[in-house]
Design a protein around this ligand. Structure first.
Ligand code: ATP
Ligand code: MG
Length: 574
């Protein structure tokens, strides 16, 4: 609600006239459709009565034509006005955000290279387009249509109008509100059970549960599988709800049609309306219902907009305050990372997210960080990048605090995320973002390194293939490889892989990991992961818990000394 006030309401106000016109045109579209059906109904009935004079049906024929043309015309202008309004809003929003980020332009530019900040801005603001076009406009239009239909009916028969108003309210209010509530709950359940799954895996390794000692390995595995099952169940329930809701709404729609038909018939026998109009009244119901039914679907999208708004909001918050006037230091070639009693607390009074953590990572070391959700992995990453400053203790990268590097930190540390942002331009340009002055040979080389050369050269346009053209063509694994090529081109001495294989199938995951390890051999690699796959390539594995290092060692050591690690390792390998 707060986010709505911050990011939606001001724009609604600023462009209220364009909004009003859009809604009015939306109503006109429905009205034209209703009148079209009304006159058609009349025309059909009239024509079947064998009119003695062609003029009797001539006027309705003309009207049917007129409304038939008016409907698409109104719809066209409604779309035009709606998109115009939305494009204006989105561009204003972008300008506002830009103005806000501009003082930190250097920071923003350096992020541009990894692209995820701009990716979020581009994707999430784009997504808000739907908030207006698919949710706000249709919902407001539907509310007016509901009101208008009830008032129009009340002129004939207020009691019946009341009844129909009640039925329509079920479609416009009850179902949408219930959909929203239900979906939110289900989505939360899905998230929660996913979190639990991760947690139980790390708990098991850390020895909090005693499943090995007590010889209950099978039970643990079964439980773990059950948890997976639960996550899927939530997804299934959402799908089932969608199907059954469509069915229920159709039944209600059918019932309303029957009511209107019966009512019109009754009115005709009472002599209140001519029998010629019975079909007309029934037919009018169609376009009206058609404009009301989609409200449920429109409203249930609200949580996804909330997520976008939250991301936009969090960017606003994480962009650091403009730093001192110190000149940022240049990148270093073989930096060590030294972490001394590092602590970070988000809010006073709360448990620190990172607690007196010490760690030495000599240049070239490969280190994996595991730990349940909320154990502080991402916080540590942000501290490393200097996006946040430690509350206590320090990080030294080649003897300097990360903040001292300023924008140059991204020349020292490359980050590969779960979902790297690839821009809507050619494959070559996307890779070139890593280093603008790179030669064609440089780019060819990194493409070869990440194992994409054969594939890319098999495409008709090769490196000039548009990313979005091939949107379907580039799989998740291939997209990660392109992002990896970008990082290789940039040639940072340290590379952070933040759950780079989430969402890939095990075979692709293994392939991608092995490519990563081979091409990043001469660099420091920090891999954040939830899986035990590929850990045999690491020099050191640490398990984080509550902001601390709970356990660490090499893969071999852990295999030998930690029974749970061994079991889970083989379990994860399938
Ligand atoms: P995950 O595996 O889910 O990504 P994580 O290990 O990356 O988890 P962090 O994101 O570092 O965990 O979170 C560590 C702790 O800090 C958690 O308790 C979390 O609730 C808290 N935290 C994270 N970000 C913020 C924030 N922006 N404001 C306040 N608290 C935060
Ligand atoms: Mg995280």
């Amino acid at each position: 609600m707060e986010l709505f006030k911050l990011y939606i309401q001001p724009y609604l106000k600023q462009y209220k006239w364009l909004m009003t016109i859009t809604v009015l045109l939306g109503m006109m579209t429905v009205l034209a459709a209703a009148l079209l059906n009304f006159t058609s109904g009349y025309l059909i009935t009239r024509a079947s009565e064998m009119p003695w004079n062609i003029l009797m049906i001539y006027v309705p024929v003309v009207l049917v034509r007129a409304f038939g043309i008016a409907r698409p015309v109104a719809r066209y202008f409604e779309r035009l006005a709606g998109h115009n309004a939305v494009l204006k809003i989105l561009s204003t929003m972008r300008v506002n955000l830009y103005d806000m980020l501009e003082p930190q332009a250097l920071f923003v530019r350096s992020r541009f290279q990894t692209g995820d900040l701009l990716g979020t801005l581009a994707d999430d603001i784009e997504h808000l387009q739907d908030a207006y076009i698919r949710t706000i406009f249709p919902t407001i239009t539907a509310l007016f249509i509901l009101l208008y239909s009830v008032v129009a009916l009340a002129i004939y028969d207020w009691l019946f109008a009341l009844w129909i108003g009640l039925c329509l309210s079920v479609i416009v209010f009850i179902y949408p509100i219930f959909s929203l509530y239900f979906l939110k709950k289900k989505q939360m359940k899905e998230k929660e059970s996913k979190g639990k799954q991760y947690q139980s895996l790390t708990d098991a390794v850390l020895g909090i549960s005693d499943w090995v000692i007590s010889g209950k390995k099978d039970r643990f595995i079964r439980k773990y599988m059950e948890m997976s099952e639960k996550t899927h169940e939530a997804k299934r329930e959402i799908a089932f709800w969608n199907h059954s809701r469509t069915f229920q709404l159709q039944v209600i729609t059918g019932l309303i049609l029957v009511f209107v038909g019966l009512w019109a018939g009754h009115q005709a026998t009472l002599g209140n309306i001519l029998p010629t109009y019975i079909a007309s009244f029934a037919l009018v119901t169609f376009p009206v219902l058609e404009s009301l039914v989609p409200v449920s679907h429109a409203v249930e999208r609200i949580p996804t907009y909330e997520e976008s708004l939250q991301r936009i909001d969090s960017i606003k918050r994480t962009v650091p305050k403009q730093n001192d006037s110190l000149r940022p230091i240049e990148r270093s070639e073989r930096p060590d990372i030294e972490i001394n009693h590092l602590s970070y607390q988000y809010e006073a009074g709360r448990d620190p997210a990172v607690k007196s953590l010490s760690l030495h990572v000599p240049f070239g070391q490969k280190i994996a960080i595991l730990g349940r959700s909320g154990s502080g992995k991402s916080t540590l990453l942000q501290l490393l990048l200097g996006v946040r400053s430690s509350t206590d203790g320090e990080i030294l990268i080649d003897g300097e605090k990360p903040e001292r590097y300023g924008e140059n930190i991204y020349d020292v540390i490359g980050v590969l995320n779960q979902k790297p942002y690839l821009f809507a331009t050619t494959v070559e340009n996307n890779i070139r973002l890593g280093k603008e002055q790179a030669t064609k040979e440089d780019i060819e080389r990194v493409i070869r390194q990440v194992g994409l050369d054969e594939y890319i050269h098999s495409l008709p346009k090769g490196m000039d293939t548009q990313m979005e053209e091939a949107g379907q063509r580039f799989s998740g694994g291939e997209r990660q490889r392109i992002a990896l090529a970008r990082i290789l081109l940039k040639d940072t001495p340290i590379v952070i892989l933040d759950e780079p294989t989430v969402g890939l199938d095990p075979a692709t995951e293994r392939d991608l990991l092995s490519t990563m390890f081979s091409v990043l051999q001469d660099k420091t690699v920090i891999l954040i992961t939830h899986h035990l796959i590929g850990l045999e390539n690491m020099d050191k594995i640490i398990f984080m818990d509550h902001g601390k290092i709970k356990m660490s060692g090499t893969h071999k050591q852990l295999l030998e000394t930690n029974e749970r690690y061994r079991q889970l390792y083989y379990l994860d390998r399938g």
